[in-house]
Design a protein around this ligand. Structure first.
Ligand code: DAH
Length: 365
């Protein structure tokens, strides 16, 4: 009995020593440790066996088994140190860092917001602050909303001037079209919303035209205010506040020129004062004038067309080119480059993705 325990211990030690030596990494070594010294490990079993022995046997076997436990523990610890050092060597050899490489920017830092999207965000920040909401309409419009309801009858020259993209006529003869301005959103809003109305409607518009300042698709923002007493003085104030906030200057000189739009009466075009210093254009003050938008009091016929009584309701509207004011504010010379999808251009003229424009935090920073 005694002899066989001593032999068992010797045999077990040989096996364990071999396993420890051949454990290739810390996980394998840990498995050996559990199989020997864990709760149900071979050495632990032997130790548990001591409890059932006679005092004499225990006196002889106790030191033998404990000696085994101590040696195996030492061997495992020694092997672990070696494996740790090896693993570190390996990492140092494989995970080299070339500190001369350029720092790669994360995706958010590389992305840019297009100037048109930036200006739309700025418009929304400014007009939301004045209590306006955002309205939308479809790009594909019908003739009624794009023209007729806006007091542009069939034979009106404005229809030819607009260079409209038409779709093929339907069976009933009606033709749909790509909206030539954002003004149809006025009609849609007045049909769906009870006054008082205060909206801006930014979006894409389409005209068959192409040169340095015209592209077949461009962007406009429409403004509409309808209530019982909205007047020209209110219109002037709204536009002036907008222009100061947008161009980020304390004063903007404005000039209202009599004009003609079928959907407003009276109609005006607005110029802003500007100075040219060398290549730089400064908006606000100066001897120069730049045309910036069209506006007027909503024509009584337009109110009637949407079922509003002109004796009860009145209002004002304006329309402005978004791309154009982006070009003026950010000094971009050619409209066609807006839609060329040139990443170098976007890197130069674009805006950081996470800088949302706000009146408090600054529009363009
Ligand atoms: N719809 C006009 C255009 O595209 C712009 C415009 C002028 C809109 C005067 C208006 C306005 O709402 O009152 O040329």
């Amino acid at each position: 009995m005694m002899a066989s325990i001593a032999a068992n211990i010797e045999q077990l030690e040989k096996v364990l020593t071999g396993e420890i030596a051949s454990a290739g990494d810390e996980a394998a070594l840990e498995a050996v440790r559990v199989s020997a010294l864990g709760k149900k490990g071979a050495v632990s079993e032997l130790l548990r066996g001591l409890g059932g022995m006679s005092p004499e046997d225990r006196q002889i076997n106790g030191p033998l088994i404990n000696g085994l436990k101590i040696r195996v523990t030492d061997e495992i610890n020694a092997r672990r140190e070696i494996l740790k050092a090896q693993a570190l060597e390996e990492r140092l050899a494989t995970e080299t860092v070339d500190v001369t490489l350029p720092v790669r920017e994360p995706a958010v830092a590389q992305g840019r917001v297009h100037p048109v999207a930036q200006v739309v965000d700025e418009l929304i920040a400014i007009f939301a602050d004045m209590g306006f909401s955002i309205a939308e309409g479809p790009h594909i419009e019908n003739d009624n909303y794009n023209f007729t309801a806006l007091n542009i009858p069939e034979d009106h020259p404005a229809r030819q001037e607009m260079d409209t993209f038409y779709f093929d006529p339907r069976e009933d003869g009606s033709r749909r079209l790509l909206r030539t301005h954002t003004s149809p959103v006025q009609i849609r809003t007045m049909l769906s919303t009870k006054p008082p109305i205060r909206i801006i409607a930014p979006g894409r518009v389409f005209r068959c035209d192409y040169d340095q300042t015209h592209t077949p698709m461009f962007h406009q923002v429409e403004g509409l205010v309808i209530d019982k007493q909205a007047n020209l003085g209110n219109l002037k104030w709204v536009l002036e506040e907008f222009l100061k906030a947008f161009f980020e200057v304390p004063n903007v000189k404005m000039r209202f020129r009599a004009s003609h739009f079928p959907f407003t009466e009276p109609s005006m075009e607005v110029d802003v004062g500007c100075t040219r210093v060398g290549n730089e254009l400064k908006i606000g003050e100066g001897d120069g004038w730049l045309e910036i938008l069209g506006c007027g009091m909503v024509h009584p016929n337009v109110l009637r067309n949407v079922g509003l009584d002109p004796a009860e309701y009145q209002g004002f509207a304006w329309g402005m080119g978004i791309d154009r004011i982006a070009m003026l504010k950010y000094g971009i010379p050619d409209l066609r480059t807006f839609f060329a999808s040139d990443l170098r251009w976007l890197k130069h003229y674009g805006f950081a993705a996470l800088d949302l424009p706000s009146l408090a935090g600054g529009l363009s920073r």
